[in-house]
Design a protein around this ligand. Structure first.
Ligand SMILES: [Zn+2]
Length: 332
């Protein structure tokens, strides 16, 4: 291998591998083949007229969220060959359908995380790495400071169920603030053993059917109904609560479920009763451990406010890294 694989960050439009004509979560015009890591809006190639590939669950989410792309479904661990590369998805543990994208080519291989989590979300297909030495590793680093260390998962589960039961016992309606795709269904999966009816925001409700189709048990639930929501376990995104969600229920307690809840300063910005730092991303130490496990020839850090902190920790461990966003190349 004489020439390294060229990687460019295409502004806010994902990543482009120009030698291969391949885009990763990319919505520019220079890729013939685009691979979508998962169904969150910032990863969907809304504008791509390229050939688009996604896992079956991601393709279903894209459709339900209004993406117009023709999507070719690519199940986990089945490969597709383009003119000059072989591409395989592996489960990324972030949300249902989320995939690590593994690209093999004459320029070496590349593993792109999209968004990922290990240990994986129990409401996902798990987390699995390709069995290969990695040349280039592109990783998100959303929670890129040591202050972000998640509690043991059983502890978080206990916290969530305790919040729901104690609120109900005290005559309050518990409301979990969790965004509509991924976090909401994870909370539903976590509280299902309480066997108490759940109402979820309408935009999240329609996505639940994809979870059911993929065998994830979400318990007893229905779509949010203002008239009947009192005394149910409620789930909605933060924005909904400011727009009148359950505003008729006077006695309610609100829990904010997000990795960002690990920062106590959030408490002053949100009027909530409880902060639950449950995330669908790696925490800082899980990120460093993943890089240590892979020991790629080069690690590219992206989706992060603090690349220098991550780079410092990787330097100390002899892992070569660079911040991808410093070389922003606008493609259109
Ligand atoms: Zn995501």
């Amino acid at each position: 291998m004489t020439t390294m694989l060229k990687i460019t960050k295409a502004g806010n439009h994902g990543i482009l591998l120009p030698q291969l004509g391949i885009g990763l979560d990319y919505s520019g015009k220079q890729a013939e083949h685009v691979f979508v890591s998962h169904g969150h809006a910032d990863h969907i190639p809304w504008k791509a007229d390229a050939k688009v590939y996604a896992t079956p669950a991601t393709a279903a989410f894209m459709k339900l969220r209004g993406a117009r792309n023709e999507v070719q479904t690519l199940p986990f661990k089945q490969s597709v060959e383009t003119e000059n590369a072989k591409i395989t998805f592996y489960p990324a543990g972030h949300i249902l359908g989320s995939a690590l994208t593994f690209v093999e080519s004459d320029y070496g291989n590349l593993l792109y995380t999209g968004d990922c989590r290990t240990p994986p979300s129990p409401a996902s297909e798990g987390f699995e790495l390709p069995n290969a030495e990695i040349d280039s590793f592109i990783t998100e680093a959303t929670f890129s400071l040591p202050v972000y260390r998640w509690a043991d998962y059983e502890e978080l589960k206990a916290d969530i169920t305790e919040f729901a039961t104690s609120s109900l016992e005290d005559g309050f309606t518990p409301v979990f603030l969790a965004y509509n795709l991924g976090k909401a269904q994870e909370i539903m999966h976590l509280v299902k053993d309480l066997d108490h009816p759940v109402q979820i925001h309408g935009a999240g409700f329609k996505l639940c059917e994809v979870y059911e189709q993929h065998g994830i048990d979400l318990g007893k639930y229905e779509t949010y109904d203002r008239e009947t929501c009192q005394g149910k376990i409620l789930i909605c995104p933060s924005s909904a609560i400011n727009n009148g969600f359950a505003s008729n229920v006077r006695k309610k307690r609100i829990a904010y479920c997000s990795g960002w809840a690990a920062m106590e300063s959030r408490r002053s910005q949100l009027t909530v009763d409880k902060l639950i730092p449950i995330s669908d991303h790696l925490d800082f130490f899980e990120l460093i451990a993943l890089c240590e496990q892979l020991r790629p020839k080069m690690t590219y850090i992206t989706h992060t406010p603090n690349p220098d902190v991550v780079k410092h920790y990787l330097d100390e461990r002899g892992i070569k890294s660079q911040f991808l966003d410093t070389k922003v190349e606008q493609d259109d």
